[in-house]
Design a protein around this ligand. Structure first.
Ligand code: FE2
Ligand code: FE2
Length: 386
């Protein structure tokens, strides 16, 4: 077969991280289509995804590790293209197809994907242009039968391919797990390079006692599960929840020092440090997250600062952390289970319930209650009336 007539395959995706599903699909495409080249094209930021991916160089290295373990390292047809990553903006598949069409004018062009992506294909930008210039090439994934994608012509690869859900894989990684869908070499490299919040977890483990660290992971687990309903990016939810109590196990004097950096001396801060010094850890946590963990995102810092007292006008991330802190699986009291159950049905109602439970607890102690917690309660009552 003349070189130009052999197929050229584009395999686009976030590859964040590359998993067994990716290598299985690539291996099948190589053996069944015998292309002159198969390009992996890691996206700069894939449309419909809500996270900040690991930088291109990091994902390319993970991909090479995965290919080596899958026995594909020496295949000269395989290339990793930086076409999308180089543009530093969202690149649509139609643009990628156009680029490779120009690069290989005479060759049959294929765009490789899992069958789970076919159902959404009509929502992609310029699907007609893509189909005119390239043939879709799909591997069948469990639960995404071909019949579920009516009207989208494609070529099916023979075989069944492993179920692999990148969002679930990332969630497991953020919690320090070793997902079975990842090659061992990929897991080792993730650990070595401290990716997927592994750097943050290592540092946090040094700052917190065993029980508090476990509580931080429980909070993160719930925040990750509720993040889609909250409309919050997965990684942002994980980082805020993981760090929310980062200052909690410092001595009181250190907590107060960090607290004052974030909440400068005022009558209210003075009263808080006097009457309810435990609350200092929330403000201290926000300063510590910025200083020691390098967190710059103001929404993450605000979520950490507001997790203990709450505050009127909290944003979606702050509400998510507030609920996840109070209602996670590690909490022993019965209200936690009730609020958690409610959160999966109605996150707004769970947020109000969490504020109620925390206030009742505070009042039952008979002491001073932070005005921000009361102000949150009042603002929620006003909203109800409005
Ligand atoms: Fe806390
Ligand atoms: Fe907490």
């Amino acid at each position: 077969m003349a070189e130009e007539k052999r197929p050229v395959i584009i395999y686009g995706g976030s590859f964040d991280p590359p998993h067994r599903g990716h290598t299985a699909l690539a291996a099948a495409a190589l053996s069944q289509l015998k292309p002159s080249v198969l390009y992996f094209v890691p996206g700069f930021h894939t449309p419909f995804k809500d996270l900040q991916p690991t930088p291109f160089a990091g994902r390319a290295a993970l991909l090479r590790a995965a290919l080596a373990e899958a026995g594909l390292a020496g295949r000269k047809e395989l290339r990793i293209s930086s076409f999308e990553a180089d543009q530093k903006k969202v690149v649509y598949t139609c643009e990628t197809v156009e680029h490779f069409r120009k690069l290989h004018p005479g060759a049959p062009l294929y765009f490789l994907m899992g069958s789970d992506c076919l159902a959404g294909f009509r929502r992609w930008r310029r699907p007609g242009f893509i189909l005119k210039n390239a043939r879709l090439l799909a591997g069948l994934r469990p639960g995404h039968a071909i019949g579920k994608s009516p009207g989208v012509p494609f070529t099916a690869l023979a075989g069944r391919f492993p179920r692999a859900d990148s969002t679930g894989i990332r969630a497991e990684l953020f919690l320090g797990g070793r997902p079975a869908q990842l090659h061992r070499a990929v897991l080792d490299r993730i650990e070595k390079k401290a990716l997927y919040l592994s750097r943050e977890r290592t540092l946090l483990r040094k700052l917190l006692g065993h029980g508090r660290y476990a509580h931080s992971l429980y909070t993160t687990e719930l925040a990750l599960r509720l993040a889609p309903a909250a409309g919050v990016p997965q990684q942002k939810a994980a980082l805020a929840a993981l760090l929310h109590d980062c200052a909690r196990d410092l001595g009181q004097a250190a907590q107060n020092r960090y607290c004052l950096k974030r909440a400068p001396r005022s009558a209210l801060t003075g009263l808080m440090l006097e009457e309810a010094p435990v609350l200092a850890h929330a403000w201290a946590g926000a300063s510590l997250a910025a200083e020691k963990f390098g967190v710059k995102d103001p929404e993450i810092l605000e979520a950490i600062e507001q997790h203990a007292t709450g505050a009127p006008g909290m944003g979606p991330l702050a509400r998510l952390v507030y609920v996840s802190d109070m209602a996670n699986e590690g909490r022993g009291f019965s209200e936690a289970g009730l609020v958690r159950k409610l959160a999966f049905k109605d996150l707004g109602a769970a947020f109000r319930a969490a504020n109620y439970v925390k206030l009742v607890y505070a009042f039952s102690g008979g002491g001073w209650v932070h005005p921000l917690s009361v102000a949150l309660w009042n603002s929620l009552q006003e909203k109800k009336k409005g």
